[in-house]
Design a protein around this ligand. Structure first.
Ligand code: GLV
Length: 340
C-alpha cells in the first residue's frame, strides 16, 4: 500500500514553469536535474517508492519499470506521443497514463512548414554557403535553384490534430491537399479542410510534398520504406515531424543519394540523438533538426502545466483532462487512486 503523507512523484527532467510548482504544491518531488535523461536503471531505482511518474519521450516506461513501482498510479508524459510507454501493461496494472495533446499542435504544424520550405528552397545549404565564405559572385541566375511550393500538391499522412493544422496552413499556399488516414472524417470535415482522401500508395504517387503526422505504433513502424519511397515522384520531398521510426531512414538515405526523391526534412530520427555515422548526415538534400517541432516557449510551458495538472488530477481521484488509456477506469476506478 502507498505510504502515508504527501504523494511522491519522480520527474525525469527539469520541465519549464509552471510544471514543477504545480507538482510541489501537492507532492514530494524528486527531480532528475541533469540535462541527459536518466538511465533505465536509475528510473527503476527512483520509482520504487513513488505514487506518480512524470516522464519524457526519451524515457522507456515498460513492464520492468512498472514492476519496480508497486505504488505507481499515474504516468504523466510531457509529450503528445506515448509510444515510449507500454500502455497495455499500464492499463493491466491500473496505472493511469496521460499526455499533452493540443497545446503543441500549432507549434508542430508551423515547424512542419519551416522544414518543408527549408528543404524546397535549400535555406540551410544557402546559409552554410554564405557563412563558409563560398559566396564570391554577387547574383547568380542558377544559384541554389529549388522547388516551387505555391500551387503544388501536399500529401498528409495522418489527419489528426497536427495533420489538420498543416492542411489549414496549405490554404495560404494554394495547394491541392491529399490525405491518407485509417480513420476518414466526414465529408463536411474534408470539405472544410479542403482535403481529398487517397490510399497511401496513391498519395505517394501524386504528391510533391509528403508530410507525416501519424503516431508510432506497430502498424506505422517503417510505414515509409524502400517500396514507398520508390512510389514517390523523383521531384518530391518527404517531411517527418512525427516519429523517426515511421520511416526506414537507411532506405531514405539511399533514396536521397540515388535520386528516387528530391529531398527530405526530418525533425525526428530512429535513434535520438542520431548516430554520427548515419549515412544521411553526408547528404546535402536533407534538412535535419534535433526533435524541436514543439519547441516554442509557449507550447513547452503549456505542456509542462498540462503534464502536472493531469498528474495531480489522478492523485486527487479526479478525471485527468488528457487520459490516454480510458480502459484503466474499469481496472482501477478513480476513487482507488486518490492520494490527495
Ligand atoms: C513530441 O514529439 C511529442 O510527442 O510531444
Amino acid at each position: 500500500m502507498h505510504t502515508v503523507g504527501r504523494p511522491k512523484v519522480y520527474v525525469t527532467r527539469v520541465i519549464p514553469p509552471p510544471g514543477l510548482d504545480i507538482l510541489k504544491e501537492h507532492c514530494e518531488v524528486e527531480l532528475h536535474t541533469e540535462e541527459a535523461p536518466p538511465s533505465k536503471e536509475e528510473i527503476i531505482e527512483k520509482v520504487r517508492d513513488k505514487d506518480a511518474l512524470l516522464c519524457l519521450l526519451t524515457d522507456k516506461i515498460d513492464s520492468e519499470v512498472m514492476d519496480a513501482a508497486p505504488d505507481l498510479v499515474v504516468i504523466s508524459t510531457y509529450s503528445v506521443g506515448f509510444d515510449h510507454i507500454d500502455i497495455e501493461e499500464a492499463t493491466r496494472r491500473g496505472i493511469y497514463v496521460t499526455n499533452t495533446p493540443g497545446v503543441l499542435t500549432d507549434a508542430v504544424a508551423d515547424f512542419t512548414w519551416a522544414l518543408l520550405l527549408s528543404a524546397a528552397r535549400r535555406v540551410v545549404e544557402a546559409d552554410r554557403y554564405v557563412r563558409e565564405g563560398k559566396w564570391k559572385v554577387g547574383w547568380i541566375p542558377t544559384l541554389f535553384l529549388g522547388a516551387a511550393v505555391y500551387g503544388k500538391t501536399l500529401g498528409i499522412v495522418g489527419l489528426g490534430r497536427i495533420g489538420r493544422a498543416v492542411a489549414e496552413r496549405a490554404k495560404g499556399f494554394n495547394m491541392k491537399v491529399l490525405y491518407y488516414d485509417i480513420y476518414r472524417p466526414s465529408a463536411e470535415v474534408e470539405q472544410k479542410l479542403g482535403v481529398e482522401y487517397r490510399s497511401l500508395d496513391e498519395l505517394l504517387k501524386e504528391s510533391d510534398f509528403v508530410s507525416l503526422h501519424v503516431p508510432l505504433t506497430k502498424n506505422t513502424y517503417h510505414l515509409i520504406g524502400e517500396r514507398e519511397l520508390k512510389l514517390m515522384k523523383k521531384t518530391a520531398y518527404l517531411i517527418n515531424t512525427a516519429r523517426g521510426a515511421v520511416v526506414d531512414t537507411y532506405a531514405l538515405a539511399k533514396a536521397l543519394e540515388e535520386g528516387w526523391i528530391a529531398g527530405a526534412a526530418l525533425d525526428v530520427h530512429e535513434k535520438e540523438p542520431i548516430n554520427m555515422d548515419h549515412p544521411i548526415l553526408k547528404l546535402k538534400n536533407v534538412v535535419l533538426a534535433p526533435h524541436i517541432a514543439s519547441a516554442t516557449t509557449w507550447a513547452r510551458s503549456k505542456m509542462a502545466e498540462m503534464a502536472a495538472t493531469n498528474l495531480i488530477a489522478v492523485l486527487k481521484g479526479e478525471m485527468p483532462p488528457n487520459l490516454v488509456n480510458k480502459d484503466v477506469l474499469k481496472v482501477r476506478p478513480l476513487d482507488q487512486v486518490k492520494r490527495i
